[in-house]
Design a protein around this ligand. Structure first.
Ligand SMILES: [Zn+2]
Ligand SMILES: [Zn+2]
Length: 363
């Protein structure tokens, strides 16, 4: 099968590799589409260390073509969306309803759950990004990282629910619990930030301020209808702009979708006493923050999320239904399509801000 294999920093090659087979508890998916996410980029450039060679891709959707021994919740022919959250349903956190903190799904190991690899080229092992490696015509995925969905949903749109779009929607809808009539600021208007704004608007937020250091990205949020205000953080003080939009009080909810040094400080300063600040992601370098305890004495909540804090098998089909009913337009966020042969271009376009939500569609 054809796959985009990363052999080292800035060395991604689209080539033929061996056809893989699932082991116990795993399924084989004919990948229909896969989102292009910053995490893929961070590994392709070497910013995040992973074992090479590795097949990138962790936002896959497709059709199950084979199941390994012991698979019971997914069948051949099922349309599925993968997930970066794969709850074991048995550990400390899963039993407490916090599947995104599952203890039995370590990040970025490059192997399958049992520590071995499924992919190879001429018999030499190739690693897999986050139990999936979906920059390929087929992916081997543990059953618990896969969610069956309705068959009439377009896989090139819903694949983003595997990671980026769900992370944003869940940050607003599940983690923060945005309520109707509220005000929201989102720093970072890339794919995850736009998804956060979409989730906030879906929940009825009436003021949504999109902040980005690239003016065009913030303006696009307003054009898409997910934000009411666009703020160019390279040209003005975003905190002052949010205060102006919220009667001088600050937003009810603030989200840091940029994860750069200083962006959480902006979010906290732009959020009112009693408000909630959520860290959604970070650039892969370590980011530290120093808080004046007044921020907390004024009863702000400062927290974060992994993967939108969703339970994939519960929330992903709900998001798909809302999209299909026209109530949650995740399709509008897509702005670039590629073939698998163009995987390097897709990553390069993301790197240089030429797309916000790109998708690779298999031929
Ligand atoms: Zn668990
Ligand atoms: Zn991702």
């Amino acid at each position: 099968m054809k796959a985009a294999v990363c052999y080292g920093p800035d060395d991604v090659r689209v080539e033929e590799i061996d056809d893989p087979s699932p082991c116990g508890g795993e399924v084989k998916i004919a990948v229909a589409a896969v989102g292009v996410c910053h995490t893929d980029l961070s590994m392709a450039t070497g910013a995040v260390p992973v074992p090479y060679p590795i097949v990138l891709g962790h936002e896959g959707a497709g059709v199950v073509v084979e199941t390994g021994p012991g698979v019971s919740g997914v069948a051949v022919g099922d349309h599925v969306v993968c997930s970066i959250i794969g709850p074991c349903e048995q550990c400390f956190y899963c039993l407490r309803g916090q599947p995104s903190l599952c203890e039995r799904a370590p990040l970025f190991t490059g192997t399958m759950l049992d520590g071995t690899t499924r992919l190879s080229k001429d018999g030499r092992p190739i690693h897999t990004l986050h139990y999936q490696g979906s920059y390929a015509e087929a992916a081997i995925v543990p059953e618990r990282f896969v969610t069956p969905i309705r068959r009439d949903a377009p896989l090139d749109v819903v694949c983003g629910l595997a990671c980026g779009i769900t992370t944003g929607l869940g940050a607003a809808m599940m983690r923060a619990g945005v309520v109707a009539g509220s005000s929201v600021v989102v720093v970072g208007a890339g794919g995850v930030g736009l998804s956060t704004m979409l989730g906030a608007r879906f929940r009825g937020a009436t003021t949504v301020v999109a902040v980005d250091v690239v003016a065009r990205k913030a303006e696009r949020a307003v054009e898409l209808g997910v934000a009411t205000h666009a703020v160019d953080a390279s040209a003005c003080d975003p905190v002052a702009a949010v205060l102006e939009a919220t009667a001088g009080r600050g937003a009810d909810y603030g989200f840091d979708a940029a994860g750069m040094t200083g962006t959480l400080d902006q979010v906290v300063a732009a959020t009112r006493p009693g408000g909630t600040c959520v860290v959604i992601g970070r650039s892969m370098a370590e980011v530290r923050v120093t808080l004046d305890t007044t921020v907390l004495l004024q009863q702000r909540t400062v927290t974060g999320t992994f993967g939108g804090s969703v339970h994939p098998r519960r929330h992903l089909p709900e998001f798909v239904d809302l999209y299909m009913q026209g109530a949650l337009d995740i399709g509008a966020l897509l702005d670039a399509r590629y073939t698998l042969d163009d995987a390097v271009t897709a990553l390069d376009d993301l790197h240089h801000g030429r797309n916000t939500r790109g998708v690779i569609v298999m031929g």
